[in-house]
Design a protein around this ligand. Structure first.
Ligand code: HXC
Length: 257
């Protein structure tokens, strides 16, 4: 691949992006951000790809934004470069994105995981927003996404104290979808992503769009939006195929039409 800070592989209809700066526990520097965003947007444009996994190493998903790169920056450097704004292009990816997290997911690492559609956590995963210890605050959406994920009390406590939480607490409070033994993390993430990618891609995109609307609008508007999207699924061949296959007791052959 042409990327220096990540590995990019395709397993059937699943794209796997592995953060690969082991010497810095996958700290998210500017170059790594550009690699992740470029790889994810290229997978998003590839209609053969039905799901994307973002993962790190056994030791660290990512230990945060790169502190050594940020340390000398001034306010005007940050403002002029609109530091971290590039991550918005990852949030805009339409294909389902799974974060498979083992080890440290701290600061920007936790924020990157939350930017994905859901998190599968190894039993070794540790989540936290320790920015306060460095004299800064979360800057890739952590104050917003953590609060929406786990509620005000826990988000405030995490962000004000900088403490980390383990996988069990993270599952209990709704930050992660599921805990998996560390040795099985990638296999489980691949099986999960493959299951998603085996269905109709356009219908998966509608489903993702509907869930995401819950974070952007009122309940009444969200339900109206969902119903319109639901009605629109009946304009697809995949709805005809999916329901016919159920009636005929066979596996559906979706065509993404
Ligand atoms: C740059 C980092 C790094 C980071 C680790 N490293 N985290 N480099 N940025 N965020 C580097 C270390 O300097 C070290 O390099 C190497 O990775 C291994 O790390 P160690 O500390 O030796 O490992 P260990 O003792 O196992 O401790 C792991 C750790 C610790 C607990 C995760 O590395 C740590 O606390 N890291 C920082 C976590 C953090 O504060 N993250 C939030 C960043 S701020 P050398 O060269 O010494 O071997 C952030 C803000 C986002 O994300 C938005 C607002 C600004």
């Amino acid at each position: 691949s042409t990327y220096e800070n990540i590995l990019l592989e395709r397993h059937g209809r699943v794209g796997v992006i592995t953060l690969n700066r082991p010497e810095a526990l996958n700290a998210l520097n500017d170059a790594l951000m550009h690699d992740v965003v470029a790889a994810a947007t290229s997978l998003d444009r590839d209609t053969r790809i039905g799901a994307i996994i973002i993962t790190g190493s056994e030791r660290a998903f990512a230990a945060g934004a790169d502190i050594k790169e940020m340390a000398p920056q001034t306010y005007m450097d940050m403002y002029a470069a609109d530091w971290f704004a590039g991550w918005a292009d990852l949030a805009a990816v339409r294909t389902p994105v799974i974060a498979a997290v083992a080890g440290h997911a701290l600061g920007g690492g936790c924020e990157l995981a939350m930017l994905c559609d859901f998190i599968l956590a190894a039993d070794t995963a540790k989540f936290g927003q320790p920015e306060i210890k460095l004299g800064v605050i979360p800057g890739i959406g952590g104050s917003q996404r953590l609060t929406r994920a786990i509620g005000k009390a826990k988000a405030m406590e995490m962000i004000l104290t900088g403490r980390t939480m383990g996988a069990e607490e993270a599952e209990r409070c709704g930050l992660v979808a599921r805990i998996v033994p560390a040795a099985d993390l990638l296999a489980d993430a691949l099986a999960t992503a493959t299951a998603i990618a085996s269905r109709s891609l356009p219908i998966a995109l509608l489903a993702k769009e509907a869930v995401n609307a819950a974070f952007e609008t009122t309940l009444a508007e969200g339900i109206r939006f969902e119903r319109r999207l639901f009605h629109s699924t009946f304009a697809t061949e995949d709805q005809k195929e999916g329901m016919a296959a159920f009636v005929e007791k066979r596996t559906p052959a979706f065509t993404n039409r």
